[in-house]
Design a protein around this ligand. Structure first.
Ligand SMILES: O=C(O)CCC(=O)N[C@@H](CCC(=O)O)C(=O)O
Ligand SMILES: [Zn+2]
Length: 338
């Protein structure tokens, strides 16, 4: 058995050993750099995208995906689903950085065409193409899922949480939330508008049930034992093998649901975030507090708002945090698009 997929990818050595038949007869095929397609022998139960490394220093998800890939390559895991594994920002992964010039999770839904040309906009465009190719090959009426695995820059009140993208005005699906519960993820942020992220792209353009999962705090390779991703790994392995776990009905008491109330946008170089560097994700803020100040305006906290992803170091024009508030799963409509 040659070296692991992940090691070869990080070392930038040839990956031709990933093309061809797998121990159970499934077929593996590289669809470009860092994107591995697995086609099962029989008609696939579902279409499943598992991505990681969209931010290069978020290593716990990269290690998890590496383990799933090796389980398939060694015949321990026999795919009954079509699976696309995506390693996102390869240059940043190799450099151990979130990104080099552009955050590619701000460049999907075509936003890569609105920034200066470079390796990261090109990578976002290439990943859009890979998703297009993958879903074009999906059999009609087979379920489509996308799990985009991340870790957060900061610590969080709730170590693991999911971001469920806006579903273009459709209700967020309680059964999908119940599935995340089976992954030991009980905290959900429901987005209420389109975003230029990989998961929203898969949801909006290809109708996948898509999530961004935050799995603890970003740490270097080999230092992720502190976060327990075993339940998620079991569920993903099951889905690869064509099985969804038996799900109880959605129980509101079992989940902490938050809704995004608004993004805090950095609109100028004068932007100032009035939060300590160690403030955790989901910290409740006092109503009336000026959480951010920028050229010509102040962001004043409304009752019930909490902060996640506070980051004053983003580029001007980008999100420097999200204000969220406790919510219920809703069934509202009002379509929109990215
Ligand atoms: O910890 C942080 O500040 C960012 C962690 C992260 O990468 N989160 C994703 C969330 C994507 C979404 O809002 O759907 C991101 O910022 O891209
Ligand atoms: Zn991330």
């Amino acid at each position: 058995m040659p070296t692991s997929f992940l090691q070869a990818l990080l070392d930038n050595t040839p990956l031709d050993f990933m093309d061809g038949p797998l121990p159970d007869g499934s077929q593996g095929q590289m669809l470009g750099e860092g994107a591995w397609l697995v086609e099962p022998v029989r008609s696939p139960v579902m279409n499943l995208v598992i991505s990681c490394g969209i931010h290069g220093n978020e290593t716990a998800p990269i290690e998890l995906v590496g383990r799933l890939i090796e389980a398939i390559r060694t015949g321990i895991l026999c795919p009954q689903s079509r699976v696309l594994f995506v390693m996102g920002n390869l240059d940043a992964m190799r450099a151990g950085k979130r990104y080099l010039v552009e955050d590619i999770n701000r460049l999907f839904c075509g936003k890569h065409g609105e920034v200066a040309m470079g390796a990261e906009p090109a990578r976002a465009a290439a990943l859009e193409q890979v998703l297009q190719q993958f879903f074009a090959g999906a059999e009609p009426h087979t379920p489509r899922w996308h799990f985009d695995l991340h870790t957060a820059i900061r610590g969080s009140y709730y170590e693991k949480f999911a971001i469920y993208p806006f579903v273009d005005g459709l209700p967020h699906d309680p059964q999908a939330v119940a599935l995340l519960g089976a992954c030991d993820i009980q905290t959900m942020l429901l987005h209420s508008k389109p975003s230029p992220t990989f998961s929203y792209h898969a949801s909006h353009h290809f109708g996948a049930k898509a999530f961004t999962l935050e799995l603890g705090k970003a740490r270097p390779f080999g230092q992720n034992a502190g976060v327990d991703v075993s339940a998620l790994e079991r569920v993903l392995a099951g889905m690869i093998a064509g099985v969804l776990p038996a799900l109880p009905d959605y129980d509101p008491a079992a989940f902490r649901i938050f809704e995004a109330t608004r993004d805090v946008i950095k609109t100028s170089a004068q932007f100032k975030l009035n939060l300590a560097p160690d403030v955790q994700n989901f910290t409740p803020l006092e109503a009336g507090y000026v959480v951010a100040e920028d050229a010509g305006h102040r962001v004043v906290v409304q009752p019930g708002e909490h902060i996640i992803f506070p980051n004053p170091d983003v580029k001007v024009g980008l999100r420097a945090g999200i204000l969220v508030a406790p919510a219920q799963l809703k069934t509202k409509s009002g379509a929109n698009a990215c």
